[in-house]
Ligand binder design. Structure first.
Ligand SMILES: Cc1ncc(COP(=O)(O)O)c(C=O)c1O
Length: 405
């Protein structure tokens, strides 16, 4: 195994060896620090023949086994409709194209490669659905036993995760915190590694997510703003880390600003941002259609998210379920992207960001679409297309075309 990094606490800067999951003082998250020197092109840190995000191997933790399923390398799609309507230079980073339909595969490939390399035999995760599918697939590839505690998953997410053969406990609870506590208790009792996809639970998550920044650099150099859906904020913090690494490598000279978006029914980080607080207090969720963002206590990752927002002079905003569903329905018809509600909150926020003059004219904006609509069909099923039930006869088709046009 190549020991190419050490962990450092994002707050007190204490240094920890591999195998540590959190800072003893509990004041910040752990981040992998690599021995980097300046490079003249990104080619210097790449191995193009490696699968998936492992093409950036030199900036990822050293592993003996790369458990990859060709994750990442997602397209950056220029907007056809919103860009024109809003007068901004808008792109979508389409994370629905990952193997299990969400950005979580980027975290799963790093976490399971580490587990495989360490020789661990069983892992556990807590999830509302997307992490479950990702961790289940990569555990299957790694031949590691996988236990999942699920919190209010959609039927599609549950069935999809089950297909990879893990053991799933669907937990009857109204609060994700209870499910996370149960996961920790079970991990302690049975000796399972915790692979929950927040930076608080496992620092390798952000190592996977930061590759979004590396890909963006290759696809467009740098945008002005990056709009990211936020639950715990781990994805946002991961992309921020990737950009700071690119700066340290000498490839970029500025870090774009971050705009974090939460659902109004579950917005602890937005509340802390508005209060000018440095830490995020847990809330009681009033519920949202965006199930993937329903985390009542973002913990230290929430604190780190606030830091990313403030240091990049960005902002945190929230959107209502109505605004989210409008974006979910519009995205396929206007842009050809089928996203789940949690994945579409960034798009739902665009109109308000424009109204509040957060964006300037022709601003270069990347909006990250985090999860696929195929895994949340029930909430999307009131879509606006016409559905007509017919018998297999052309006369029926003609009759309906006459009446509906
Ligand atoms: C589709 C989707 N988007 C965004 C998020 C939020 O991610 P994070 O907790 O890293 O902020 C999740 C988390 O499960 C998700 O499933």
């Amino acid at each position: 195994m190549n020991d190419n990094f050490r962990f450092m606490c994002s707050a007190c800067k204490a240094v920890y060896p591999k195998g540590t999951y959190g800072c003893k003082k509990k004041d910040g998250i752990l981040q992998a620090i690599y021995w980097t020197e300046k490079v003249d092109s990104i080619g210097r840190i790449k191995k193009d023949n490696n699968p998936g995000i492992w093409k950036y191997e030199k900036m990822l933790p050293g592993v003996d086994n790369k458990v990859s399923y060709y994750e990442g390398n997602t397209p950056l799609i220029p907007s056809r409709f919103y860009a024109h309507e809003m007068g901004i230079d808008l792109y979508f980073k389409d994370e629905t194209r990952n193997p299990t339909g969400s950005f979580k595969d980027r975290a799963a490939t790093v976490m399971l490669s580490m587990e495989k390399t360490s020789g661990n035999k069983a892992i556990v995760t807590a999830s509302s659905g997307n992490a479950a599918g990702a961790i289940a697939l990569y555990s299957m590839l790694a031949k590691i036993r996988c236990f999942i505690f699920m919190f209010k998953p959609t039927r599609e997410k549950l069935v999809h995760a089950m297909s990879f053969g893990p053991t799933i406990f669907n937990v009857a609870s109204e609060h994700e915190g209870e499910v996370l506590d149960l996961t920790k208790e079970a991990a302690g009792e049975f000796g399972w590694s915790i692979l929950t996809t927040t930076a608080d639970a496992n620092p390798f998550t952000i190592e996977g997510y930061k590759t979004v920044a590396y890909e963006l650099y290759e696809q467009m150099q740098l945008p002005d703003s990056i709009v990211v859906p936020v639950g715990s904020g781990t994805l946002l913090v991961g992309i921020w880390k990737g950009l700071r690494e690119l700066k340290k490598l000498g490839l970029i000279d500025r870090v774009p600003r971050f705009i974090g978006v939460q659902a109004r029914g579950n917005n602890p980080i937005v509340q802390a941002y508005r209060q000018g607080a440095e830490e995020v207090k847990p809330i009681k969720s009033s519920g949202t259609i965006a199930g993937g963002l329903s985390l009542e206590n973002p913990g230290l990752t929430g604190k780190e998210t606030l830091k990313a927002i403030r240091q990049t002079r960005g902002t945190m905003i929230d959107v209502s379920d109505d605004e989210i569903m409008k974006a979910v329905f519009q995205l396929p018809r206007k842009e050809g992207i089928y996203a789940e509600p949690s994945g579409a909150v960034g798009v739902a926020a665009l109109a308000e960001l424009l109204r509040d003059e957060i964006f300037s004219k022709r601003e270069k904006v990347v909006c990250v679409i985090t999860g696929s609509g195929f895994k949340d069909i029930t909430s999307i099923s009131q879509g606006k297309g016409k559905l007509i039930e017919i018998k297999p006869r052309l006369t029926e088709v003609k009759k309906h075309l006459k009446t509906t046009g």
